[in-house]
Design a protein around this ligand. Structure first.
Ligand code: FNR
Length: 369
Protein backbone atom coordinates (compact mmCIF):
# COMPACT_ATOMS: atom_id res chain seq x y z
CA UNK A 1 0.00 0.00 0.00
CA UNK A 2 1.17 3.52 -0.73
CA UNK A 3 2.08 5.55 2.35
CA UNK A 4 -0.73 7.27 4.20
CA UNK A 5 1.65 10.13 4.98
CA UNK A 6 0.36 12.10 2.03
CA UNK A 7 -2.97 12.45 3.86
CA UNK A 8 -1.33 13.86 6.95
CA UNK A 9 0.79 16.66 5.61
CA UNK A 10 -0.36 20.18 6.43
CA UNK A 11 -2.31 21.81 3.62
CA UNK A 12 -1.89 25.49 2.89
CA UNK A 13 -4.88 26.62 0.84
CA UNK A 14 -5.22 30.29 -0.10
CA UNK A 15 -7.48 31.18 2.84
CA UNK A 16 -7.41 28.03 4.94
CA UNK A 17 -4.53 26.24 6.61
CA UNK A 18 -5.26 22.67 7.71
CA UNK A 19 -3.22 20.12 9.60
CA UNK A 20 -4.14 17.34 7.19
CA UNK A 21 -6.33 16.49 4.21
CA UNK A 22 -9.14 14.75 6.10
CA UNK A 23 -12.52 16.51 6.12
CA UNK A 24 -15.62 15.33 7.92
CA UNK A 25 -18.46 15.27 5.37
CA UNK A 26 -21.64 17.10 6.36
CA UNK A 27 -24.16 14.64 7.79
CA UNK A 28 -27.63 15.44 9.08
CA UNK A 29 -28.11 13.87 12.50
CA UNK A 30 -31.39 15.32 13.90
CA UNK A 31 -30.20 15.44 17.51
CA UNK A 32 -30.85 19.11 18.18
CA UNK A 33 -34.15 19.41 20.09
CA UNK A 34 -35.68 22.84 19.60
CA UNK A 35 -33.24 23.23 16.68
CA UNK A 36 -30.47 24.09 19.14
CA UNK A 37 -27.22 22.09 19.12
CA UNK A 38 -26.77 20.93 22.71
CA UNK A 39 -23.84 19.54 24.69
CA UNK A 40 -24.18 16.09 23.08
CA UNK A 41 -23.67 17.74 19.71
CA UNK A 42 -20.65 19.59 21.13
CA UNK A 43 -19.11 16.29 22.31
CA UNK A 44 -19.93 14.56 18.99
CA UNK A 45 -17.90 17.09 17.04
CA UNK A 46 -15.19 17.31 19.70
CA UNK A 47 -14.61 13.55 19.35
CA UNK A 48 -14.06 13.90 15.58
CA UNK A 49 -11.60 16.77 16.13
CA UNK A 50 -9.76 14.83 18.84
CA UNK A 51 -9.71 11.89 16.48
CA UNK A 52 -7.55 13.85 14.07
CA UNK A 53 -10.02 15.23 11.52
CA UNK A 54 -8.46 18.31 9.91
CA UNK A 55 -11.66 20.12 8.93
CA UNK A 56 -15.17 19.35 10.14
CA UNK A 57 -18.07 20.38 7.95
CA UNK A 58 -21.12 20.27 10.18
CA UNK A 59 -24.44 18.67 9.44
CA UNK A 60 -26.68 20.86 7.30
CA UNK A 61 -27.86 23.73 9.53
CA UNK A 62 -30.75 25.90 8.43
CA UNK A 63 -30.66 29.56 7.55
CA UNK A 64 -33.27 31.96 8.89
CA UNK A 65 -36.21 31.47 6.54
CA UNK A 66 -39.59 29.94 7.44
CA UNK A 67 -39.29 27.06 4.95
CA UNK A 68 -35.56 26.32 5.27
CA UNK A 69 -35.86 23.21 7.44
CA UNK A 70 -37.11 19.90 6.11
CA UNK A 71 -36.55 17.44 8.94
CA UNK A 72 -37.29 17.47 12.68
CA UNK A 73 -34.56 18.31 15.21
CA UNK A 74 -32.15 19.69 12.66
CA UNK A 75 -30.10 22.54 14.11
CA UNK A 76 -30.78 26.11 13.07
CA UNK A 77 -28.05 28.59 12.30
CA UNK A 78 -29.82 31.66 13.60
CA UNK A 79 -31.22 32.90 16.90
CA UNK A 80 -29.34 33.41 20.14
CA UNK A 81 -29.73 29.89 21.54
CA UNK A 82 -28.67 28.03 18.41
CA UNK A 83 -25.70 30.31 17.75
CA UNK A 84 -24.62 29.97 21.40
CA UNK A 85 -24.76 26.19 20.94
CA UNK A 86 -22.67 26.41 17.78
CA UNK A 87 -20.16 28.66 19.55
CA UNK A 88 -19.60 25.87 22.06
CA UNK A 89 -19.06 23.45 19.19
CA UNK A 90 -16.52 25.81 17.61
CA UNK A 91 -14.62 26.21 20.88
CA UNK A 92 -14.54 22.46 21.50
CA UNK A 93 -13.24 21.72 18.01
CA UNK A 94 -10.57 24.41 18.29
CA UNK A 95 -9.48 23.15 21.72
CA UNK A 96 -9.01 19.74 20.15
CA UNK A 97 -6.85 21.19 17.36
CA UNK A 98 -9.40 21.01 14.54
CA UNK A 99 -11.11 23.47 12.26
CA UNK A 100 -14.81 23.72 11.47
CA UNK A 101 -17.29 25.14 8.96
CA UNK A 102 -21.09 25.02 9.17
CA UNK A 103 -22.97 23.70 6.17
CA UNK A 104 -25.65 26.32 5.50
CA UNK A 105 -28.83 24.78 4.21
CA UNK A 106 -32.24 25.47 2.77
CA UNK A 107 -34.17 22.36 1.73
CA UNK A 108 -36.52 24.13 -0.71
CA UNK A 109 -39.38 21.94 -1.83
CA UNK A 110 -38.04 18.84 -0.09
CA UNK A 111 -39.91 19.43 3.10
CA UNK A 112 -42.28 17.45 5.26
CA UNK A 113 -45.36 19.40 6.30
CA UNK A 114 -45.38 20.35 9.95
CA UNK A 115 -41.63 20.40 10.45
CA UNK A 116 -40.53 23.04 12.93
CA UNK A 117 -39.56 25.79 12.76
CA UNK A 118 -42.01 27.05 10.23
CA UNK A 119 -45.11 25.10 11.16
CA UNK A 120 -47.05 24.31 8.06
CA UNK A 121 -45.37 26.88 5.87
CA UNK A 122 -45.44 25.34 2.44
CA UNK A 123 -42.09 24.42 0.96
CA UNK A 124 -40.53 26.96 -1.36
CA UNK A 125 -38.90 25.78 -4.52
CA UNK A 126 -37.97 27.53 -7.75
CA UNK A 127 -41.08 26.49 -9.61
CA UNK A 128 -43.10 24.84 -6.87
CA UNK A 129 -41.49 21.55 -7.89
CA UNK A 130 -39.45 19.45 -5.48
CA UNK A 131 -39.48 16.52 -7.89
CA UNK A 132 -39.69 16.65 -11.66
CA UNK A 133 -43.26 17.43 -12.66
CA UNK A 134 -44.62 17.31 -9.09
CA UNK A 135 -45.85 20.53 -7.58
CA UNK A 136 -45.48 20.41 -3.80
CA UNK A 137 -44.98 23.97 -2.65
CA UNK A 138 -45.31 27.34 -4.25
CA UNK A 139 -42.93 28.85 -6.73
CA UNK A 140 -40.62 31.41 -5.15
CA UNK A 141 -41.41 35.02 -5.78
CA UNK A 142 -38.76 37.72 -5.89
CA UNK A 143 -39.39 38.61 -2.24
CA UNK A 144 -38.75 34.94 -1.25
CA UNK A 145 -35.58 34.89 -3.29
CA UNK A 146 -34.31 38.10 -1.72
CA UNK A 147 -35.13 36.82 1.77
CA UNK A 148 -33.27 33.56 1.20
CA UNK A 149 -30.23 35.32 -0.25
CA UNK A 150 -30.21 37.62 2.80
CA UNK A 151 -30.65 34.59 5.09
CA UNK A 152 -27.54 32.91 3.69
CA UNK A 153 -25.52 36.12 3.98
CA UNK A 154 -26.60 36.68 7.60
CA UNK A 155 -25.77 33.10 8.55
CA UNK A 156 -22.33 33.40 6.97
CA UNK A 157 -21.64 36.63 8.87
CA UNK A 158 -22.76 34.97 12.10
CA UNK A 159 -20.52 31.97 11.37
CA UNK A 160 -17.54 34.26 11.08
CA UNK A 161 -18.55 36.15 14.21
CA UNK A 162 -18.65 33.01 16.38
CA UNK A 163 -15.24 31.86 15.16
CA UNK A 164 -16.06 29.35 12.45
CA UNK A 165 -13.10 28.85 10.10
CA UNK A 166 -15.13 28.86 6.85
CA UNK A 167 -18.67 28.27 5.67
CA UNK A 168 -20.03 25.72 3.24
CA UNK A 169 -23.05 26.46 1.05
CA UNK A 170 -25.19 23.38 0.41
CA UNK A 171 -25.66 23.58 -3.34
CA UNK A 172 -25.98 19.81 -3.81
CA UNK A 173 -28.31 16.82 -3.75
CA UNK A 174 -31.50 18.42 -5.01
CA UNK A 175 -32.08 20.91 -2.18
CA UNK A 176 -33.02 24.53 -2.80
CA UNK A 177 -29.90 25.90 -4.49
CA UNK A 178 -29.64 22.73 -6.56
CA UNK A 179 -33.37 22.89 -7.37
CA UNK A 180 -32.53 26.10 -9.22
CA UNK A 181 -29.57 24.50 -11.02
CA UNK A 182 -31.44 21.40 -12.13
CA UNK A 183 -33.80 21.55 -15.11
CA UNK A 184 -35.82 18.75 -13.48
CA UNK A 185 -37.06 21.23 -10.85
CA UNK A 186 -36.60 24.63 -12.47
CA UNK A 187 -38.90 25.53 -15.34
CA UNK A 188 -39.14 29.22 -14.47
CA UNK A 189 -39.75 31.63 -17.29
CA UNK A 190 -38.02 34.57 -15.61
CA UNK A 191 -34.35 35.49 -15.19
CA UNK A 192 -33.83 32.60 -12.71
CA UNK A 193 -34.80 29.94 -15.27
CA UNK A 194 -33.59 29.02 -18.72
CA UNK A 195 -30.21 27.45 -19.50
CA UNK A 196 -27.78 26.40 -16.79
CA UNK A 197 -26.16 29.85 -16.77
CA UNK A 198 -29.56 31.41 -16.02
CA UNK A 199 -30.43 28.71 -13.51
CA UNK A 200 -27.16 29.57 -11.71
CA UNK A 201 -28.26 33.15 -11.09
CA UNK A 202 -29.76 32.32 -7.68
CA UNK A 203 -26.57 30.60 -6.47
CA UNK A 204 -24.43 33.44 -7.81
CA UNK A 205 -26.51 35.99 -5.94
CA UNK A 206 -26.06 33.95 -2.76
CA UNK A 207 -22.30 33.61 -3.21
CA UNK A 208 -21.91 37.34 -3.90
CA UNK A 209 -24.06 38.27 -0.89
CA UNK A 210 -22.10 35.90 1.33
CA UNK A 211 -18.80 37.30 0.07
CA UNK A 212 -19.98 40.83 0.80
CA UNK A 213 -21.03 39.74 4.30
CA UNK A 214 -17.81 37.94 5.29
CA UNK A 215 -15.15 39.99 3.51
CA UNK A 216 -12.41 38.86 1.16
CA UNK A 217 -10.35 36.66 3.48
CA UNK A 218 -12.98 34.28 4.82
CA UNK A 219 -13.20 30.96 2.95
CA UNK A 220 -16.40 30.04 1.12
CA UNK A 221 -16.80 26.36 0.28
CA UNK A 222 -19.47 25.42 -2.25
CA UNK A 223 -20.84 21.89 -2.32
CA UNK A 224 -22.44 20.70 -5.52
CA UNK A 225 -23.33 17.39 -7.12
CA UNK A 226 -24.49 15.96 -10.38
CA UNK A 227 -26.76 13.46 -8.55
CA UNK A 228 -29.98 14.49 -6.82
CA UNK A 229 -31.75 12.66 -4.07
CA UNK A 230 -34.77 12.77 -6.36
CA UNK A 231 -32.76 11.08 -9.14
CA UNK A 232 -29.33 9.52 -8.69
CA UNK A 233 -28.76 9.52 -12.44
CA UNK A 234 -29.44 13.25 -12.89
CA UNK A 235 -26.63 15.33 -14.37
CA UNK A 236 -26.10 19.07 -14.57
CA UNK A 237 -23.19 18.85 -16.99
CA UNK A 238 -22.51 16.22 -19.64
CA UNK A 239 -19.09 17.46 -20.75
CA UNK A 240 -16.01 19.06 -19.19
CA UNK A 241 -16.71 22.20 -21.22
CA UNK A 242 -20.19 22.47 -19.74
CA UNK A 243 -18.78 21.88 -16.26
CA UNK A 244 -16.24 24.65 -16.77
CA UNK A 245 -18.95 27.03 -17.93
CA UNK A 246 -20.99 26.15 -14.85
CA UNK A 247 -18.18 26.46 -12.28
CA UNK A 248 -16.18 29.45 -13.45
CA UNK A 249 -18.89 32.05 -12.66
CA UNK A 250 -19.24 30.54 -9.18
CA UNK A 251 -15.50 30.87 -8.65
CA UNK A 252 -15.57 34.45 -9.93
CA UNK A 253 -18.46 35.26 -7.59
CA UNK A 254 -16.35 34.24 -4.60
CA UNK A 255 -16.20 30.47 -4.11
CA UNK A 256 -12.77 29.51 -2.75
CA UNK A 257 -13.10 25.74 -2.49
CA UNK A 258 -15.41 23.36 -4.32
CA UNK A 259 -16.78 20.32 -2.50
CA UNK A 260 -17.61 17.89 -5.27
CA UNK A 261 -20.15 15.39 -4.02
CA UNK A 262 -19.99 11.97 -5.63
CA UNK A 263 -21.11 8.65 -4.27
CA UNK A 264 -17.91 6.77 -5.26
CA UNK A 265 -14.80 8.91 -5.49
CA UNK A 266 -12.92 6.55 -7.81
CA UNK A 267 -15.41 6.81 -10.67
CA UNK A 268 -14.31 8.87 -13.69
CA UNK A 269 -16.67 11.78 -14.32
CA UNK A 270 -16.41 11.89 -18.10
CA UNK A 271 -15.34 9.36 -20.70
CA UNK A 272 -11.78 9.51 -21.90
CA UNK A 273 -10.16 10.53 -18.59
CA UNK A 274 -9.69 9.02 -15.13
CA UNK A 275 -10.34 12.36 -13.41
CA UNK A 276 -13.27 12.36 -11.01
CA UNK A 277 -15.59 15.32 -10.40
CA UNK A 278 -13.15 16.94 -7.96
CA UNK A 279 -10.26 16.38 -10.35
CA UNK A 280 -12.12 18.06 -13.18
CA UNK A 281 -13.27 20.87 -10.92
CA UNK A 282 -9.74 21.70 -9.87
CA UNK A 283 -8.44 21.45 -13.42
CA UNK A 284 -11.18 23.67 -14.83
CA UNK A 285 -11.29 26.35 -12.12
CA UNK A 286 -7.82 26.30 -10.57
CA UNK A 287 -9.58 26.24 -7.18
CA UNK A 288 -8.93 23.68 -4.45
CA UNK A 289 -11.33 20.74 -4.54
CA UNK A 290 -12.64 18.27 -1.98
CA UNK A 291 -13.46 14.76 -3.14
CA UNK A 292 -15.88 12.43 -1.32
CA UNK A 293 -17.72 9.16 -1.71
CA UNK A 294 -17.42 5.75 -0.05
CA UNK A 295 -13.97 6.31 1.39
CA UNK A 296 -13.34 3.40 3.72
CA UNK A 297 -16.45 1.61 2.45
CA UNK A 298 -17.07 -0.60 -0.52
CA UNK A 299 -20.82 -0.43 -0.74
CA UNK A 300 -23.11 1.73 -2.78
CA UNK A 301 -24.39 4.88 -1.13
CA UNK A 302 -28.12 4.29 -0.95
CA UNK A 303 -29.40 6.50 1.85
CA UNK A 304 -33.07 6.58 1.04
CA UNK A 305 -34.41 3.08 0.73
CA UNK A 306 -33.17 1.61 3.98
CA UNK A 307 -31.92 -1.53 2.25
CA UNK A 308 -28.32 -0.52 1.66
CA UNK A 309 -25.93 -3.31 2.44
CA UNK A 310 -22.89 -1.63 3.94
CA UNK A 311 -20.09 -4.11 3.97
CA UNK A 312 -16.87 -3.90 5.89
CA UNK A 313 -14.48 -1.03 5.51
CA UNK A 314 -12.04 -1.91 2.78
CA UNK A 315 -8.47 -0.64 2.92
CA UNK A 316 -8.28 -1.12 -0.87
CA UNK A 317 -10.37 1.97 -1.39
CA UNK A 318 -7.96 3.91 0.83
CA UNK A 319 -5.16 2.62 -1.37
CA UNK A 320 -6.88 3.94 -4.46
CA UNK A 321 -7.35 7.25 -2.68
CA UNK A 322 -3.65 7.53 -1.89
CA UNK A 323 -2.75 6.91 -5.53
CA UNK A 324 -5.08 9.70 -6.59
CA UNK A 325 -3.52 12.07 -4.04
CA UNK A 326 -0.08 11.12 -5.31
CA UNK A 327 -1.21 12.21 -8.76
CA UNK A 328 -2.28 15.51 -7.16
CA UNK A 329 -5.82 15.23 -8.51
CA UNK A 330 -7.58 17.00 -5.63
CA UNK A 331 -6.69 18.71 -2.36
CA UNK A 332 -8.86 17.26 0.41
CA UNK A 333 -11.00 14.20 1.01
CA UNK A 334 -14.26 14.17 2.91
CA UNK A 335 -15.21 11.11 4.90
CA UNK A 336 -18.79 10.53 5.95
CA UNK A 337 -20.08 7.20 7.18
CA UNK A 338 -16.65 5.85 8.13
CA UNK A 339 -16.36 8.81 10.52
CA UNK A 340 -19.74 8.04 12.06
CA UNK A 341 -18.50 4.53 12.76
CA UNK A 342 -15.05 5.70 13.87
CA UNK A 343 -14.74 9.16 15.45
CA UNK A 344 -10.95 8.68 15.42
CA UNK A 345 -10.86 7.49 11.81
CA UNK A 346 -8.10 9.93 10.87
CA UNK A 347 -5.78 8.91 13.70
CA UNK A 348 -6.43 5.21 13.07
CA UNK A 349 -5.58 5.58 9.39
CA UNK A 350 -2.52 7.68 10.21
CA UNK A 351 -1.33 4.86 12.48
CA UNK A 352 -2.15 2.16 9.91
CA UNK A 353 -4.72 0.52 12.19
CA UNK A 354 -7.15 -0.58 9.49
CA UNK A 355 -8.11 -3.78 11.29
CA UNK A 356 -9.40 -1.73 14.21
CA UNK A 357 -11.83 0.27 12.11
CA UNK A 358 -15.50 -0.48 12.67
CA UNK A 359 -17.69 -1.05 9.62
CA UNK A 360 -20.48 1.49 9.22
CA UNK A 361 -23.97 0.21 9.95
CA UNK A 362 -27.15 2.15 9.48
CA UNK A 363 -28.19 1.47 13.09
CA UNK A 364 -25.35 3.73 14.18
CA UNK A 365 -27.49 6.69 13.18
CA UNK A 366 -29.89 5.95 16.03
CA UNK A 367 -27.49 7.53 18.51
CA UNK A 368 -25.13 10.47 18.54
CA UNK A 369 -21.83 8.84 19.49
C1 FNR B 1 -25.35 12.61 4.41
N1 FNR B 1 -24.92 13.46 3.40
C2 FNR B 1 -25.19 14.83 3.49
N2 FNR B 1 -24.67 15.69 2.59
C3 FNR B 1 -24.83 17.03 2.72
O1 FNR B 1 -24.34 17.77 1.88
N3 FNR B 1 -25.54 17.53 3.78
C4 FNR B 1 -26.11 16.74 4.71
O2 FNR B 1 -26.71 17.26 5.68
C5 FNR B 1 -25.96 15.33 4.56
N4 FNR B 1 -26.54 14.46 5.45
C6 FNR B 1 -26.18 13.12 5.44
C7 FNR B 1 -26.59 12.28 6.48
C8 FNR B 1 -26.18 10.96 6.52
C9 FNR B 1 -26.62 10.09 7.65
C10 FNR B 1 -25.34 10.45 5.49
C11 FNR B 1 -24.84 9.03 5.52
C12 FNR B 1 -24.96 11.27 4.45
C13 FNR B 1 -23.97 12.98 2.37
C14 FNR B 1 -22.55 12.96 2.94
O3 FNR B 1 -22.05 14.25 3.17
C15 FNR B 1 -21.56 12.25 2.00
O4 FNR B 1 -21.49 12.97 0.78
C16 FNR B 1 -21.97 10.82 1.72
O5 FNR B 1 -22.28 10.13 2.91
C17 FNR B 1 -20.86 10.06 0.98
O6 FNR B 1 -19.72 9.98 1.80
P1 FNR B 1 -19.37 8.59 2.57
O7 FNR B 1 -20.38 8.38 3.63
O8 FNR B 1 -19.45 7.54 1.52
O9 FNR B 1 -17.97 8.82 3.09
Amino acid sequence: MASVDILFQPVDLPKLQLKNRIVMAPMTRTFSPGNVPNDKVVEYYRRRAEGGTGLIITEGTCIDHPAASGYPNVPSFYGEAALAGWKKVVDAVHEAGGKIAPQLWHVGGIRRPGVTPGGDTPGHSPSGMARPGKVTGHAMEQADIDAVVAGFAKAAADAKAIGMDAIELHGAHGYLIDQFFWDGTNDRGDAYGGDLADRSRFALEIVRAVRAAVGEDFPIIFRYSQWKQQDYSARLCETPEALGDFLKPLAEAGVDIFHCSTRRFWEPEFEGSDLNLAGWTRKLTGKPAITVGSVGLNADFLPNDGTANFREAEPASIDTLLERFEKDEFDLVAVGRALIANPDWANQVRDGKFEGLAAYEKDMLAELV
